[in-house]
Design a protein around this ligand. Structure first.
Ligand SMILES: CC(C)(COP(=O)(O)OP(=O)(O)OC[C@H]1O[C@@H](n2cnc3c(N)ncnc32)[C@H](O)[C@@H]1OP(=O)(O)O)[C@@H](O)C(=O)NCCC(=O)NCCS
Length: 157
């Protein structure tokens, strides 16, 4: 890393976010989030809160987002620090910034999925939880509801 931490800034302002820089960061940092489209990233970010970005000047070097009901449950998604900036504590500070956000800091349980960063998250306070997790790979049958439900809210926040 070329720069000192003094000029690194953390932000929770969605309006500042450049989706192209997010796309680029995820492409090089996050194997599960390669080739996400700008449009879909925009929808995901609009429907996430908090969204935390990390900046070295005008360069986006870190990203994480969460979804939260503010009381009972929240989940953290897409934690990434640019490879040139790793191993200096920024990733931990990024996750801690998400956890201390007002939409997160009184939530009873915070979940996240990780394939190989258990040690990193354990240092922050997370515990292994292999017994309760299930996943649904979404199926076309959920695209058209058979029951008579009118959804009032639309995507896009
Ligand atoms: C996971 C990730 C966000 C961590 O970011 P990071 O900035 O390297 O995180 P930190 O610097 O806080 O911690 C990383 C390691 O550096 C060590 N470290 C922290 N501060 C340090 C310092 N000042 N000097 C040396 N090492 C330090 C930590 O002990 C930690 O070790 P560990 O991984 O064995 O726990 C980053 O590796 C990443 O983006 N990886 C790819 C995407 C990914 O896997 N995301 C998580 C999926 S859920």
């Amino acid at each position: 890393m070329n720069s000192s931490h003094n000029q690194i800034r953390f932000s929770d302002r969605k309006s500042k976010i450049d989706l192209y820089q997010i796309q680029q960061l995820l492409n090089i940092s996050a194997f599960w989030a390669n080739n996400r489209s700008i449009e879909d990233l925009g929808i995901a970010i609009a429907n996430s809160d908090p969204v935390i970005t990390v900046w070295d000047g005008e360069r986006l070097i870190g990203f994480a987002r969460a979804t939260s009901d503010c009381v009972y449950r929240a989940t953290i998604w897409d934690v990434a620090i640019h490879p040139e900036y790793r191993d200096t504590g920024l990733g931990s500070k990024l996750v801690e910034t998400v956890l201390s956000h007002p939409r997160m800091n009184r939530v009873e349980r915070v979940y996240l999925m990780t394939t190989h960063k258990q040690r990193f998250y354990e240092r922050i306070g997370f515990q292994q939880n292999s017994t309760t997790t299930m996943v649904l790979y979404n199926q076309p049958k959920f695209n058209s509801l058979s029951v008579d439900v009118q959804l009032q809210e639309s995507l896009g926040g």
